[in-house]
Each structure stands twice: as structure tokens, then as C-alpha cells.
Design a binder for this molecule. Structure first.
Ligand SMILES: NC(=O)c1ccc[n+]([C@@H]2O[C@H](COP(=O)([O-])OP(=O)(O)OC[C@H]3O[C@@H](n4cnc5c(N)ncnc54)[C@H](OP(=O)(O)O)[C@@H]3O)[C@@H](O)[C@H]2O)c1
Length: 257
């Protein structure tokens, strides 16, 4: 995929990994559609990136609403005429046991991380199918493969996104549309401050990678059409070891967390 001149929708572009992905794409001359709920932040980012070639379009709204996803696709088509890539990045976590979570919090997480990603894909897929070309990048997490305590709903949404991606990949085979999974590990963003349940404190007391490193990995995944992307070797090793020794890893991670 040639990044320069391509049309890329980045969800969750008002902060963290999404904002850094948008920056990395703009630096390479992509037309970037910035979407999240906080419109002022999106406009600030669009202004910051205005001097790079290509356009920046702001479409603010809630990704968990199916009607908004349709609107996002329609506004992208009206302004830019096609959709080459969808980066499904918007997400929210929690730190709380399942028994202490309200139904409203469970719905917020599932509706954002999983249904939001599904609605966004459904909104752009007809266009990509017509174009016979497109890439969908789903930002999952290593915890979609390695369970964590006090994150059950979040882990479930990421595991769901993994299977959604793999099924979709089979469905779209031969149509010129590829689907990629990106598995970030611990990343330095607002994620831990804005999550539901306990805020701030992190269970693993070591610095994460920068959001820019994840953004750069996403751009490389687009450019080289990668199927599965890990950000660090330890993340990859954790997931592979989990596949071989799931009970041992669950015990280890349970103690660490
Ligand atoms: N940080 C980590 O350690 C880590 C690790 C693995 C995976 N991830 C995944 O990486 C992705 C990005 O996370 P991050 O670390 O960059 O978190 P972040 O800094 O908290 O950013 C989350 C983004 O999602 C947007 N968002 C949340 N709910 C939304 C909604 N209902 N509608 C539209 N946008 C919404 C937020 O924007 P608004 O609030 O303005 O709507 C924000 O732009 C998430 O999918 C997360 O699960 C993060």
C-alpha cells in the first residue's frame, strides 16, 4: 500500500496510539480522517498536521453508535471520495472484578471495543468491496491472548476482536481487502487514567513503549500489508509461551498483576 495520497480513517485519534498513528500517517502524506468524541482535540491535531501534504478531515462522534459509523463513512466519501484503510483503534479499558462492574460499564466497554469496531467495518466495507481494495487494521492487545485479572470484559472484547478479524480475513479472501491484527502491550497513553473502575495505578510497575512506536508499527503494517503485528519481542514471547504453557503463564501473570 502506498501511504502517500491514501485515505485512512483513524478511530480514537484524539489521544494516545490513535493520535500518534495519525501523526505518522500525515508525515507520509496520507489523507487522514480523525475521529473520536472530543472534537476540540481532533481539531487541534488537524491544525498541528496542516503543513503536511494531504488533507485532514475531522468527524467527531461516538464509535459505539452504528448511525455515527455510517455518518463517518459518508462524510469521508463526500470529502475524499474513497476509503483505503480503516484503523480501528478506539478503545477503553477497566480495572475491576466482574462482580463489581455495573451493566452500564460492561456495555460501554463492549460497545466501544467490539461493536464499535464491527460497525466501523460494516460502514466502510461496501466502499472497499466496490474499490476491490482496502485494509482494515484492528488494534487488539496482548491481553486478547493472555488473560489478566480485573480486566475480564476488556480481555473478552479483545479476544472477540481477534476472532472477528480472523473470520473476516477468510470471508474477504480474493476480494483485495486485507485485515490486520495489531497487538500492543503496555503503552504510555491516557488509557490507564481514563479507564473505568480503579484509575491510575498500574499493576505492572515498568514503563511501557511510547504511543509513537505503536503508531509507527501500524503505519509499517499498512505499508507492508502485515497480518499480525507485535510491538516488542517480550510481548511476542509472552503470547507464544502462553500458547505452549497456558496454566503456567496464567499463574505467573496472576502473581505479577
Ligand atoms: N495503552 C495500552 O497499554 C494499550 C495496550 C494494548 C492495547 N491498547 C489498545 O490501543 C487502543 C488505543 O488505546 P490508547 O492506549 O491510545 O488509549 P487512550 O489514550 O485512552 O485513547 C483512546 C482513544 O479512544 C477514543 N475513544 C474511546 N471511547 C470512544 C468512543 N465511544 N467513541 C469514539 N472514540 C472513543 C478516545 O477518544 P475520546 O475520548 O475523545 O472519544 C481516544 O482517542 C485501544 O483499543 C486499546 O485497547 C492499549
Amino acid at each position: 500500500m502506498e501511504i502517500t495520497g491514501s485515505v485512512v480513517i483513524v478511530t480514537g485519534a484524539s489521544a494516545g496510539i490513535g493520535a500518534e498513528t495519525a501523526r505518522a500517517l500525515a508525515e507520509r502524506g496520507a489523507n487522514v480522517v480523525l475521529t473520536a468524541r472530543r472534537a476540540e482535540r481532533l481539531h487541534e491535531l488537524a491544525a498541528e498536521l496542516a503543513h503536511y501534504p494531504g488533507q485532514r478531515l475531522v468527524v467527531a462522534g461516538d464509535i459505539s453508535q452504528e448511525a455515527f459509523c455510517q455518518e463517518l463513512a459518508a462524510q469521508t466519501m463526500a470529502a475524499l471520495g474513497r476509503v483505503d484503510v480503516l484503523v480501528n483503534n478506539a478503545g477503553i479499558g477497566h480495572r475491576s472484578t466482574l462482580s463489581e462492574m455495573s451493566a452500564a460499564d460492561v456495555q460501554t466497554i463492549a460497545n466501544t471495543n467490539l461493536l464499535g469496531a464491527i460497525y466501523a467495518i460494516q460502514a466502510v466495507l461496501p466502499t472497499m468491496q466496490q474499490q476491490k481494495r482496502g485494509q482494515i487494521i484492528n488494534v487488539s492487545s496482548i491481553v486478547g491472548q493472555q488473560a489478566l485479572p480485573k480486566s475480564s470484559v476488556y480481555c473478552a472484547t479483545k479476544a472477540g476482536l481477534n476472532m472477528l478479524t480472523r473470520s473476516l480475513r477468510l470471508e474477504l479472501r480474493g476480494q483485495g481487502i486485507t485485515v490486520t491484527l495489531v497487538y500492543p502491550g503496555l503503552t504510555e497513553t491516557e488509557f490507564y487514567k481514563v479507564r473505568l473502575g480503579e484509575k491510575g495505578t498500574r499493576r505492572i510497575n515498568r514503563p511501557g513503549v511510547s504511543a509513537r512506536r505503536v503508531g509507527d508499527a501500524i503505519v509499517r503494517a499498512i505499508a507492508h500489508n502485515r497480518q499480525e503485528v507485535y510491538i516488542t519481542l517480550p510481548d511476542w514471547l509472552l503470547v507464544q509461551t502462553n500458547r505452549l504453557f497456558p496454566r503456567t503463564l496464567d499463574w505467573f501473570v496472576g502473581r505479577l498483576a
